[in-house]
Write a protein that binds this ligand. Structure first.
Ligand SMILES: *Cc1c(COP(=O)(O)O)cnc(C)c1O
Length: 461
């Protein structure tokens, strides 16, 4: 008989988690103004709010922390990190930063000017924020297929070559670089194919423009290339990663994702001019060049994490867990962005809470119901997150309305996935009885979902 699949690690340390009663959760979610960001973590049983910084480090990463060199300048931890990044990505200039958005801040301070246009595939919200706050435009050139949640195609995160070419043909002078997010987080953790990365490179070369990869989940992207793209089945993840980065001029990285550390990030490039330009912003914003925003010990853990998570077994364990949850949802007929992404399942709330009008934020209502059901914390990626139109101040209802269940790396077992799926099924089975959503009682002007205060429009029990 064929042996079943199992994790490529065993557990050495555990952290107790606690269940709660529905009565407790009703009280807690009320105190949190029906916004799961305002819950205390101890009020959560299974936490799927994000996969960012929530992974479990390995024994090797913890051991590496003991070797951290905390020298202010020239720490050996920095050189170990730099050498690892150069070996894995091929980039020789490295600037450590405290997280991904800090890498964006430092590099974009040098590269982005008012009036610029930055084309890419569904810019991540902080990436977009760093572009828009400099009065530049983040132009989304993702393929249209990404919007159809039920369509199954292998590389749903791709850049549309036609849209990109059009942007360059019309506005080349205003475009300082192209940015490709791997995997495409906003489109549902969907990968970008090597073929597409090559197409982007060719268009960039034609117009003599550099390319940056927003690389938070580059290793998961490489796993999908290996398992889905012809010609890559026999290549190692590290070979694929090298080939991917050979098509870029530089990268920004949130190490909280695919480097499996709790905090950290970096910029890497082969362009000396970018390094020289960015380093003048690193020093005032982040710190001296050989630590950026990081402790020596954290740079060591990051280096080991990068190495471990560019190995097939580790990635296979991770992606198969996300697929496992997806299969459970398939059994129950619960709709989500297909195929399952690398780091999360994006449940299509609009297709579930069909009685709840858009104006009452169905995905947020579903997030609250799932929390009440079993203490599971997901995250709305929908109309609340979309914020208001900056000009008209109207809510933006033109995108997708999703409940994201992000899976932390190496943290939960498939038993936890079964609990998540069963809780969601219970809510799904009574979806017809859920008729009302939530209303906003207080909101911030930008990125309102973190702090918004809500009230339910029908009694919750
Ligand atoms: C998380 C993330 C960022 C920002 O990184 P932080 O470490 O959260 O600051 C940027 N881009 C993508 C694609 C991300 O997933």
């Amino acid at each position: 008989m064929e042996l079943p699949f199992a994790e490529s690690w065993k557990i050495k340390m555990v952290e107790p988690i606690r269940k709660s009663t529905r009565e407790e959760r009703l009280q807690w979610i009320k105190e949190a103004h029906y916004n799961v960001f305002q819950l205390k973590a101890e009020q959560v049983y299974i936490d799927c709010i994000t996969d960012s910084g929530t992974g479990a480090m390995s024994d090797r990463q913890w051991a590496a922390m003991m070797m951290g060199d905390e020298s202010y300048a020239g720490a050996s931890s920095f050189f170990r990190l730099k050498d690892t990044i150069t070996r894995i990505t091929g980039f020789k200039y490295v600037i450590p930063t405290h997280q991904g958005r800090a890498a964006e801040n430092v590099l974009f301070s040098y590269l982005v000017k008012a009036g610029d246009i930055i084309p890419g595939n569904s810019h991540f919200d902080t990436t977009k924020g760093h572009i828009e706050s400099r009065k530049a435009i983040a132009l989304d050139c993702t393929i249209d297929e990404a919007k159809d949640t039920q369509l199954e195609i292998p590389f749903k995160g791709n850049v549309s070559p036609e849209k990109l070419e059009k942007a360059l043909a019309e506005n080349a002078a205003k475009i300082p670089f192209i940015i490709v997010t791997i995997t495409n987080n906003t489109a549902g953790g969907q990968p970008v194919s090597m073929e597409n990365l090559r197409q982007v490179r060719a268009i960039a070369d034609k117009y003599k423009k550099p390319v940056i990869f927003d690389s938070a989940r580059f290793a998961e992207n490489a796993y999908f290339i290996k398992t889905r793209e012809k010609g890559y089945e026999n290549k190692t993840i590290k070979e694929i990663v090298k080939e991917m980065f050979s098509l870029a001029d530089g990268m920004t990285m949130s190490a909280k994702k695919d480097a499996i550390v709790n905090m950290g990030g970096f910029i890497a490039t082969n362009k000396q001019e970018w390094y020289d330009g960015a380093k003048t912003f690193c020093i005032p914003f982040e710190g001296y060049l050989t630590y950026g925003g990081m402790n020596g010990r954290d740079m060591d853990a990051l280096a080991v994490g990068l190495d471990e998570n560019t190995e097939f077994d580790n990635l296979e364990t991770r992606i198969k867990q996300v697929e496992y949850l997806a299969k459970r949802l398939d059994e129950y007929g619960i709709p989500y962005q297909r195929p399952a992404g690398g780091h999360a399942i994006f449940v299509d709330a609009d297709k579930i809470l069909t009685n709840v009008p858009k104006e009452e934020f169905p995905a947020q209502a579903l997030t609250v119901h799932l929390y009440l059901e079993a203490g599971i914390r997901g995250c709305e990626i929908g109309y609340l997150l979309a914020d208001r139109d900056p000009v008209t101040r109207e809510n933006r209802f033109n995108g997708l309305d999703l409940l994201r269940l992000a899976i932390p790396r190496r943290v939960y077992t498939n038993n936890h996935m079964d609990v998540i799926a069963a809780a969601l099924k219970n809510v799904y089975d009574r979806r017809e009885s859920i008729r009302r959503g939530v209303k906003i009682v207080w909101e911030a002007e930008l990125m309102r979902h973190f702090t918004v205060q809500l009230e339910p429009l029908e009694p919750l029990k």
